[in-house]
Design a protein around this ligand. Sequence first.
Ligand code: GLY
Length: 374
Amino acid sequence: MITPVHEAARDTVDVGAAAGVYPVFVGPDLLEHLPVVLSTYAPTRRVAVISDDEVGPIHGASVATTLADSGHDVTVLTFPAGEASKTRTSWSILTDGMLEAGLGRDCVVVAVGGGVTTDLAGFVAATYLRGVPIVHVPTSTLAMIDASVGGKTGVDVHAGKNLVGAFHAPRAVVADTTVLATLERARRAEGLVEAVKHGAIRDEAHFGLVVERAESLIAAEPMACAEVVAASVRLKAEVVAQDEFEEGVRQILNFGHTIGHAIEAAADYRIGHGRAVACGMIAEARLGEGLGVTEAGTAACLIEALAPLTVRGEVDLDPTKARDFLGADKKSRDGQARYVLLRRIGEVARDDGWTHEIDDEAAHAALEAVVRGW
Ligand code: GLY
């Protein structure tokens, strides 16, 4: 069915999921179309808008007004901004808030914000009354390119990042690239690390496109952002449609994340996800080169692509603590960390599956080297 939002969007990417195909609308000035998105993909009157206390006053409030003006009964729930809020405590406060508002199974959650919001609100929607629909309105490059697509939801726990969660596909995603202008420049740039990752694992031309457009993307030019966000979402969607529940090929989306998540957790989430994943991709590319699995020069290529996007200096953390988080990664088998390795830019190297076992000492050395700066 073609709706006004299909006509307004620069691109619509359909993502296959067990619960049904859902659209990701990408382009400037899409927020005004939210009432149509809801009436088409999650028809209900009762809406819980969830956002953090930084995005809430700007975009959360305008989404709530747009929906209220179109006849929806809107409950607004807000939590403190930052990864430190992606916890079971925030989950319980938000679900209690929805219960107090008397929201039943006929409600829809609308998540307005970055990756923390889409992960946390997604987990709320996955579990509230055993599951209610969600529509994502990502407001950061990272959330548009990655977190809002694919149905992963969850919270961080003491043992590591995203270790408690659920798969819960959204009904629709509205990625309005105009809103990126309100995002801090450094955060906008850092979110593009995930677009570099998509190119590195699947498509050398996309890798080149992100490098070529980096300046316009960081400057938040809505059409340049729409082009790259849509292309990146399309790459992710191809992978997710084949393996929604990460039993096989979806693991490749974790390139850079085994070491990246360990760094992020060891730094107590004081550094951003993009910076941590940049470190992780470089360390994992160096590991692959050391093993002769990854083409020589790949880590250098990544460094060139990532340098304009994030901070290259030393990461302030205890490397011993970071080592301990490696085994807690979700891809671990028998407590042994597993790594996605590249063959070259644009292609992943397969082993007995999509991940490789690597000697702990080599992994620890790569981790320690990258946190000293790259
Ligand atoms: N961010 C990795 C995934 O969605 O699978």
